[in-house]
Design a protein around this ligand. Structure first.
Ligand code: SAM
Length: 234
């Protein structure tokens, strides 16, 4: 029995599943497109080289986005950078349905989607040293002190990310919650085998490849900050 299936060993999760309503379109997309673009834990370890259907020997960079929300940013990145392959993980079903709708509407071939807990996908399905980048954009901030243990960025999680990145691969985080940004900086600065691309204790300007979300644009107008951190595996 896996740790997650055994209530006695249940670990603290970084999310609370609110099933939320699926639109008809999202449900249809899940039925019709998940079999083609979706991956499930039951598949076991993934062969990323063949997963995206590229010719044998293709060197297409492999990028993982954890918690892609409604998938709009992920679809935009994949459309703008067809030379890359993107694997998105999101536990919220309407978000997965929405991303599948985007994949269909934009005719995207370079995205695969998982609907499982990112920690389990990383542990059970992603081979070591195979990712060029991991993106974690606006993870749930878990504002209250008593909930900080639910934040996904923790030393163990960062060690796991490190093991999955190729040498030179990057871990890119963004948050609009200053306390979480400081927490990320602290955890990452203590993590072994990473170097801050902006210099010690520095945040980095948003790179062009990270789309500016509507939510973020609104935040900018209200004078709210956003912090990007990029750490490279050395
Ligand atoms: C605050 S939302 C941000 C969504 C999106 N990245 C954005 O910028 O709009 C965080 C998302 O991470 C997802 N999430 C949290 N923990 C996760 C995990 N362990 N595995 C997969 N998804 C997770 C949540 O379901 C939620 O949709």
């Amino acid at each position: 029995m896996s740790a997650s299936a055994n209530p006695l060993h249940r670990r603290i999760r970084s999310f609370v599943l609110r099933e939320g309503r699926l639109t008809k379109g999202q449900q249809q997309a899940l039925n019709a497109l998940f079999p083609r673009f979706g991956i499930s834990l039951s598949q076991g370890p993934l062969d990323l080289a063949s997963l995206f259907g590229r010719p044998a020997g293709s060197q297409a960079p492999k990028i993982l986005e954890i918690g892609f929300g409604n998938g709009l940013s992920l679809a935009e990145m994949a459309a703008k950078q067809p030379q890359n392959d993107y694997l998105g993980i999101e536990v919220h079903r309407p978000g997965v349905g929405n991303l599948l709708l985007q994949i269909e509407a934009q005719g995207l071939e370079n995205i695969r989607v998982s609907h499982d807990d990112a920690l389990e996908v990383l542990q059970q399905q992603i081979p070591d040293q195979c990712l060029d980048a991991v993106y974690l954009f606006f993870p749930d901030p878990w504002h209250k002190r008593k909930h900080h243990k639910r934040r996904i960025v923790q030393a163990d999680f960062v060690r796991l990310i490190h093991s999955k990145l190729k040498a030179g691969g990057i871990f890119h985080m963004a948050t609009d919650w200053q306390h979480y940004a400081q927490h990320m900086m602290k955890v990452m600065s203590l993590a072994e085998g990473f170097e801050n691309n902006a210099g010690a204790d520095q945040y980095i300007p948003r790179p062009d490849y990270r789309p500016l979300t509507k939510f973020e644009q609104r935040g900018h107008r209200l004078g709210h900050g956003v912090w990007d951190l990029i750490f490279q595996r050395i």
